[in-house]
Design a protein around this ligand. Sequence first.
Ligand SMILES: [Zn+2]
Length: 229
Amino acid sequence: MTAVHSDVKIDQIIRSKRRTISLEVKRDGSLIVRAPRITKRGQIEELVKSKECWIRKKQELLKQRSLEVPAKQFVPGEQFLYLGEPYILEVVNEQADPLVLKDKFYLAAKSQKKAQLVFTNWYRKHAALVIKELVVHRAQQNGFAYARMRITSARTRWGSCGPKGSLNFTWRLVMAPREVIDYVVVHEMVHLQVRNHSKAFWGEVSNLMPEYQHQRAWLKENGHRLTLD
Ligand SMILES: [Zn+2]
């Protein structure tokens, strides 16, 4: 018997009642292993070793992305996305509202300390308005019946469709162009009728939005930019 040694560092092992081992590379590049309670350390190391190539690629990609999209500092001159367009941030002294969007984002100086919260709330509010409008429009145009709509904080799950017909969308989407948001709306609304990603599902998405592959590709390529941190 030879021990398996891998140079990949395991940052955390979470044991639970689960049956299989799973690997997750976090945004900071750390590696989290989830494993059944009885799994031996050696078994975990063996799996990590066998997936070393995948882990390293993933870590490299995430590192590149974090360099490309640094966490927001909320300082003048920084850019923030809304509906796919970048707007410059300006910090102003005399302003009743914490944050206003005109030609730029105007942040009240007194709100600068809690700017992340202020921006998140602003995005949430506008996501609710923009997405609701698209949902209502698609529902009227295509006869979709949904139960309710909710705004979430999910990072990579842009939308989801609950079993009882509720539609969920993350506020981060409102940073994307309107057509991209509309694609996610169409995608989730088609799930009201087709619960899987079968050919029939994509066929229906394509009927409603023939150019959907552009929007899908945009999300894949730019999704990691739709964040404040
Ligand atoms: Zn789906």
